[in-house]
Design a protein around this ligand. Structure first.
Ligand code: FDA
Length: 302
């Protein structure tokens, strides 16, 4: 892992800076990759995506949740966003991080919160994706998914190709709607592939397994090499276009997002919004240090 990546991961974990950033509004170029700090501005971006034939998965940003009060506040913000999806009539679902609604506070409390969210979403016919966080939270996330799926079908999760265990997880979750990603956190060699080519190989393998399973597949990557290979595979295997979609993050490769939608592929953009933009933005800079250009340009133009 490069020095730059470690540097931005460390910044993303800096709570005082995170708290300070909430008061700044979107700064340092974050406005390119975060769709506003409130529901109205985020919905404007979602409407623009919808006009290009692109759906959205909305993330009401929230980080560093340590108390039940903070988790309850985050849950209320998510419920408010769900209602707004209905009111604005946009084509969108939501992505939720379980730590945001209390996973580190108390497992049962978090389960109750997500049950409330999934029940509200079910009522509106909206899908909820449980984002996957670091390895320390993986088993608990899968346990919560299992509990939710006893009652609801409008919920799925993310599987990270850098983890050795993921092939087994994809097999177990063959009926579930899954977002497949390479993986964004720093994990040890004990549990994860360390070489990029190993992650890429495993990623393609997982995608092929899930595309041939009953569960819907969301292929979330900006990697055009992978996208081209997926396109060839679905053609060869006659996999219908309504069995999968591509996903990318808001503000990344926007022209390619539109082109894929125009080509007839289902496409969903991950749309983060809210005052808690700082850690999300630092993780994106860690993933792709070229994005530092964004930050530098915005600082110079001030
Ligand atoms: P990678 O970063 O490996 O890039 C591969 C190649 O693609 C690059 O070498 C370059 O050629 C090209 N490329 C990539 N980005 C480009 C750009 N912006 N412009 C031009 N070329 C570019 N992770 C996680 O752990 N849990 C989660 O829940 C999620 N959720 C999630 C949702 C969505 C919608 C996405 C897109 C991603 C996630 N991730 C995630 C993050 C994911 O795990 C991963 O860290 C990033 O997507 C980066 O990996 P990529 O597959 O995009 O390509």
């Amino acid at each position: 892992m490069g020095v730059t990546k470690n540097f931005f991961i460390a910044l993303s974990k800096n709570q005082p800076l995170n708290s300070a950033a909430k008061k700044w509004g979107l700064k340092l170029g974050a406005g390119k990759v975060v769709a506003g700090t409130d529901i109205a501005s985020m919905m404007q971006s979602v409407k623009e995506l919808n006009a290009d034939g692109i759906s959205a998965t909305i993330d009401s940003l929230g980080e560093f949740v340590h108390t039940k009060e903070e988790a309850t506040k985050a849950k209320e913000a998510i419920l408010e966003t769900l209602e707004a999806i209905q009111v604005y009539g946009v084509n969108a679902h939501m992505s939720v991080k379980l730590t945001q609604i209390g996973l580190d506070v108390d497992f049962d409390f978090c389960l109750k919160n997500i049950q409330e969210i999934v029940a509200a979403a079910f009522h509106y016919d909206i899908f909820i994706n449980l984002d996957m966080e670091d390895y320390a939270h993986l088993q608990q996330t899968l346990d919560i998914l299992e509990a939710l799926r006893k009652e609801y079908e409008n919920v799925g999760t993310v599987i990270q190709a850098y983890l050795y265990r993921s092939e087994k997880d994809v097999e177990t979750l063959k009926d579930v709607r899954l977002r497949l990603v390479k993986g964004a956190y720093k994990e040890s060699a004990e549990v994860s592939f360390q070489e990029k080519h190993e992650v890429d190989e495993n990623y393609l393998k997982l995608i092929k397994i899930h595309l041939k399973s009953p569960g819907f597949t969301s292929i979330a990557t900006h990697d055009h090499h992978i996208i081209e290979k997926v396109k060839a595979f679905v053609k060869e295997e006659n996999i219908p276009l309504n069995r999968f979609e591509f996903q990318m993050l808001y503000g990344f490769r926007s022209e390619m997002q539109k082109d894929l939608a125009k080509e007839g592929y289902a496409f969903t953009t991950y749309v983060p919004f809210g005052q808690d933009w700082y850690a999300y933005y630092m993780r994106r800079l860690a993933e792709r240090p070229q994005n530092i250009n964004l930050m530098l340009r915005s600082m110079i133009s001030k």
